[in-house]
Ligand binder design. Structure first.
Ligand code: ADP
Length: 155
């Protein structure tokens, strides 16, 4: 049990469909702590690095093009086990297979157009936060609801 920070991207389709506020409020209502938020227009260069693990897939360029089709909203969310909590909220990659109640299960019917990106582990989260946020853009602040969000031995 440890406090972690994780990267979430609201993908271009989320902006196009007018779902930004709705998705942000899911993370807020869960009790996660917002430490960074900005809009960005992504580039092919940044996405080639971000999706390097997909570079041999036939849909690599298509996924990158989809991520450049409009701006994204990049966010840093913090919480105990935040990386896993956010991945569980997001659901599996394929929106058609994602369980109702998850973000992808509620808002997506596509493998590619699946609303959010969420870091998948501690090393990726650290590398991705460095990739998307500059020094000083992630802000440390204490939530006055903390004592009612966690037990005092939960982090
Ligand atoms: P995740 O985003 O769930 O961590 P990956 O890192 O495997 O999944 O893939 C990154 C993104 O590439 C996915 O969110 C999705 O938009 C797209 N993608 C992955 N696999 C496929 C696929 N088989 N067909 C279409 N798009 C895919």
């Amino acid at each position: 049990m440890a406090r972690e920070k994780t990267l979430v991207l609201l993908k271009p389709g989320t902006l196009q469909r007018g779902l930004v506020g709705e998705i942000i409020s899911i993370f807020e209502r869960k009790g996660l702590h917002l430490c960074g938020l900005k809009m960005m227009q992504l580039t092919d260069e940044l996405l080639s690095e971000h999706y390097a693990h997909l570079s041999d897939k036939p849909f690599f360029q298509r996924v990158k093009d989809s991520m450049m089709a409009a701006p994204v909203v990049a966010m840093c969310w913090e919480g105990v086990d935040a990386i896993e909590v956010v991945r569980t909220l997001a659901g599996p990659t394929n929106g058609r297979a994602a369980a109702p109640g998850t973000i992808r299960g509620t808002y997506a019917v596509s493998f590619q157009e699946n609303i959010v990106h969420a870091s998948d582990g501690p090393e990726t989260a650290a590398a991705e936060l460095r990739r998307f946020f500059r020094e000083g853009e992630i802000l440390e602040w204490r939530s006055c609801a903390d004592a009612f969000t966690y037990a005092n031995d939960e982090g």
